[in-house]
Design a protein around this ligand. Structure first.
Ligand SMILES: Nc1ncnc2c1ncn2[C@@H]1O[C@H](COP(=O)(O)OP(=O)(O)OP(=O)(O)O)[C@@H](O)[C@H]1O
Length: 271
């Protein structure tokens, strides 16, 4: 039994929510993460940025408990995590929004948003429908519950996936997400649709006490508008971390090259 079940932790404590110590990840001969140390505190909004293929999504999946690292230790609220999320109750409630909205095409929007509650909660269908309706209203889509994902725009599908990510099981309040993970939530959206999503990320965060989020993004507007702190990754290592305002002032060569989009510099583009 890899997990021990502990009393419900204080979501606003000053103690780290997540700590990665010496995390490495290897796929075959491809070493994707190389001895990463990283700490996330309750209430933090952190963007993980860096060139393609540098391990950003991999780190997100490891934090989510969807992928086991090849080496290193993960602590969730100070307690070592020894398995994957599916192995037992975790001290961390995680909601995840993927780059593709990952909705089920054959289910209506409401059925998608309420999917976990329909599967796992003891709520009546009517109570679930009410919660789904609240979540859809929160993302500004109160009237789309009976539509199918194919009938929505890309930006609307993203918003529906946000509504699904913040749904929690009232039978077990410890399942309420204390960490939201966003993997390129604004990729492929036009600038205005991106702004809607960025505002939504901030709004969801502000309405959720001490919950934290991590966001992987390539979009500069998303970095600047959603993050308080930035972590820059390159070739499986964290090369720089600092407050978002610092990206305009630091002389770190990775940050300078990345934000000026220059070809010359320490970041080598494959191909
Ligand atoms: N399940 C897997 N099996 C094998 N290789 C993988 C797997 N997942 C990721 N990789 C490899 O790990 C490397 C890092 O991938 P990852 O998706 O974490 O990068 P990223 O920084 O998020 O990239 P991007 O910005 O392009 O999304 C890539 O070389 C990728 O091919």
């Amino acid at each position: 039994m890899p997990y021990s079940v502990s009393p419900q932790p204080d979501p606003c404590s000053d103690n780290p929510l997540i700590e990665l110590r010496g995390i490495s990840m290897q796929f075959g001969r491809n070493r994707v993460l190389n001895n990463i140390d990283f700490t996330l505190y309750p209430g933090e909004a952190v963007a993980i940025i860096g060139p393609s293929g540098t391990g950003k999504s991999t780190i997100l999946r490891i934090i989510a408990g969807l992928l086991a690292p090849s080496a290193g230790e993960i602590y969730v609220r100070g307690e070592r995590r020894l398995g994957l999320i599916e192995d037992g109750p975790d001290r961390l409630g995680v909601g995840m929004v993927f780059q593709q909205a990952a909705l089920f095409d054959s289910l209506t929007v409401s059925e998608n948003v309420g999917f976990l509650l329909y599967q796992h909660s003891r709520l009546s269908n009517r109570a679930i429908r009410e919660r789904v309706q609240e979540a859809l209203a929160m993302v500004g889509l109160p009237d789309v519950g009976d539509l199918y994902p194919a009938e929505l725009s890309g930006g609307m599908r993203k918003r529906v996936s946000f509504a699904r990510a913040v749904m929690s099981n009232p039978d077990d309040l410890s399942e309420r997400p204390s960490l939201l993970l966003y993997d390129e939530p604004t990729a492929g959206l036009d600038p205005i649709a991106s702004t809607v999503i960025e505002d939504l990320i901030r709004d969801i965060h502000q309405g959720r006490g001490c919950s934290s989020y991590l966001i992987v993004t390539h979009q500069e507007s998303t970095i600047r508008r959603t993050a308080d702190r930035v972590v820059f990754m390159h070739q499986g290592q964290i090369q720089w971390t600092g407050p978002v305002d610092e990206i305009d002032h630091t002389d770190n060569p990775f940050i300078r090259q990345f934000f000026s989009a220059q070809v010359q510099g320490p970041i080598h583009v494959a191909g």
